[in-house]
Ligand binder design. Structure first.
Ligand code: FAD
Ligand code: AMP
Length: 477
């Protein structure tokens, strides 16, 4: 007889491993299946996020920012360092060590919570059976009351720029350069493209970003996107909008990229080219033909608001389903599904998922943008506070950007918080907490914030919504 579990999770990324831990915590007999092998050729949990996504990219962003500061801004503080040099293999090895520690940490958590781990490729069969194929080709079949599909996503490839992970790389290859490229091309000015561009630009690379759309960061609040484009351009990123890549030619260790823009066909030559044109759901060999699970028109597994698929007892979460491709969205869906399997009435607030671009300054947003609210015909009041007026930001010599609070003109309820500036990721979370509790701009304005803190910019932006900011001149109503 095959083993039977209350819950079997396929995929141990931030969606899957969190779902498995939560299910086990709720007393359910749980298994998780993962096949990914890390750099050392051993099973590595944590999915894209821990292995080749959120964490390694932030490790390189932090290293490169420290280099940039040592190179550019230490002297402002009176610190002299002599020549500052970057040893790229050491930077990359530090990143790899962080990944190893974290993926090992997930393995310990899985074990500590009593989740059974299976190594291999998981496939959902009819009748909530799950087949596991090990690396040697051997198979076993498990039975489940409930299955959670959490197979994640992988980079989109485009025919004009085939990835060879040497000269033309995807986001994974871009985390492992062993030296600083002289000239780098990046296809796609999305989150991943901009973060990776920043890493290498800070280390001295001449970076050109080719973006097919005419608009920069169209999903971000327009005022924030405009500021971001200005700041990143000033930092040295060459951002070409309306530039669609139509072909590449690799010659030796260089690549010539052909693209079209409003003026016609052009070409540029680079030492490395990063293809960062988005990610697509992973569903290869995940579902048997008679599993009964259906897909949506874009190739994601179809789910309802509670992540239930078309088959009762089968759920799907994270990047393999609709919605933002973000680790925290995946994890919270995992928690929600585990809770619902355990019989609780869990739900998720999809309107309040914060999103961050970890450039410097960071760009972070939660809730609706001003342009979206205007398009919906919602009258709003807006408060903006620039970090140039923040004592804490001045002390840190980090004054680019602002906090923007958008409130409903009728009710004063906060509908969006958008931040470009130092620690934007942390500040926007304060906005998210306030919004989750239905805060008005006035409520935020009446709270006591520590001084001096970057958070005071959120306080002042909330006050500015009604023209009551203290540390900037308020707009005349
Ligand atoms: P994944 O993390 O992709 O995990 C899926 C797992 O399932 C993988 O380990 C895979 O091996 C396994 N799997 C798939 N199919 C099978 C199968 N049939 N059998 C067994 N195992 C299987 N998000 C953020 O929120 N913040 C960030 O700063 C951020 N930065 C990013 C930077 C980069 C460079 C990239 C590429 C992504 C970044 N993301 C970030 C996105 C984030 O990594 C994803 O949203 C997140 O990992 C999705 O989680 P998931 O669990 O749905 O899928
Ligand atoms: P994201 O999905 O946020 O990671 O962003 C990917 C970006 O890549 C989008 O803004 C796309 O417009 C852009 N893109 C996709 N294909 C091309 C192409 N052939 N040339 C230039 N940009 C592209």
């Amino acid at each position: 007889m095959s083993q039977k579990f209350d819950v079997i999770v396929i995929g141990a990324g931030p969606g899957g491993y969190v779902a498995a831990i939560k299910a086990a915590q709720l007393g359910l007999k749980t298994a998780v299946i993962e096949k990914y092998k890390g750099k050392e050729g051993k099973l590595a949990l944590g999915g894209t996020c821990l292995n080749v996504g959120c964490i390694p990219s932030k490790a390189l962003l932090d290293s490169s920012y420290k280099f940039h500061e040592a190179h550019e801004s230490f002297k402002l503080h009176g610190i002299s360092t002599g020549e500052v040099a970057m040893d790229v293999p050491t930077m990359v090895a530090r990143k790899d060590q962080i990944v190893k520690n974290l993926t090992g940490g997930v393995a310990s958590l899985i074990k500590a919570n009593g989740v059974t781990l299976f190594e291999g490729h998981g496939k959902l069969l009819a009748g909530k059976k799950v087949e596991i194929t090990a690396a040697d080709g051997s198979t076993q079949v498990l039975d489940a009351e409930n299955v959670i599909l959490a197979s994640g996503s992988k980079p989109v490839e485009i025919p004009p720029a085939p990835v060879d992970q040497d000269v033309i790389v995807d986001s994974t290859g871009a985390l492992d350069f062993q030296s600083v490229p002289g000239k780098l091309g990046v296809i796609g000015a999305g989150v991943i493209g901009l973060e990776l561009s920043s890493v290498w630009a800070r280390l001295g690379t001449e970076v050109t970003v080719l973006e097919a759309m005419d608009k920069f960061l169209p999903a971000v609040d327009e005022q924030v996107a405009k500021e971001a484009q200005k700041i990143l351009t000033k930092q040295g990123l060459k951002i070409l909008l309306g530039a669609r890549v139509i072909g590449t030619e690799v010659k030796g260790k260089q690549v010539t990229v052909k693209f079209t823009d409003a003026e016609g066909e052009k070409s540029l030559t680079f030492d490395k080219l990063i293809v960062a044109v988005g990610r697509r759901p992973v569903t290869t060999d995940l579902l048997a033909a008679d599993s009964g699970v259906t897909m949506d028109e874009r190739g994601f597994i179809y789910v309802d608001d509670y992540c239930a698929t078309s088959v009762p007892g089968v759920y799907a979460i994270g990047d393999v389903v609709r919605g933002a491709m973000l680790a925290h969205k995946a994890s919270e869906e995992g928690v929600m599904v585990a809770e619902r399997i355990a019989g609780h009435k869990a739900q998720m607030n999809y309107d309040l998922i914060p999103a961050v671009i970890y450039t410097h300054p960071e760009i972070a947003t939660v809730g609706k943008t001003e342009q979206a609210l205007k398009a919906e015909g919602v009258a709003v009041n807006v408060g903006v506070f620039p970090f140039a007026a923040s004592g804490r930001a001045m002390a840190a010599n980090d004054t680019a950007g602002f906090v923007k609070v958008i409130a409903d003109a009728k009710t004063d309820r906060v509908l969006g918080v958008h931040v470009i500036g130092p620690s934007a990721a942390e500040l926007v979370q304060q906005g998210a907490i306030a919004m989750e509790f239905g805060s008005s701009a006035e409520d935020l304005g009446m709270m006591v914030f520590s001084h001096p803190a970057l958070s005071e910019a959120l306080h002042e932006a909330a006050l500015a919504v009604s023209g009551h900011a203290i540390h900037i001149a308020n707009r005349k109503k």
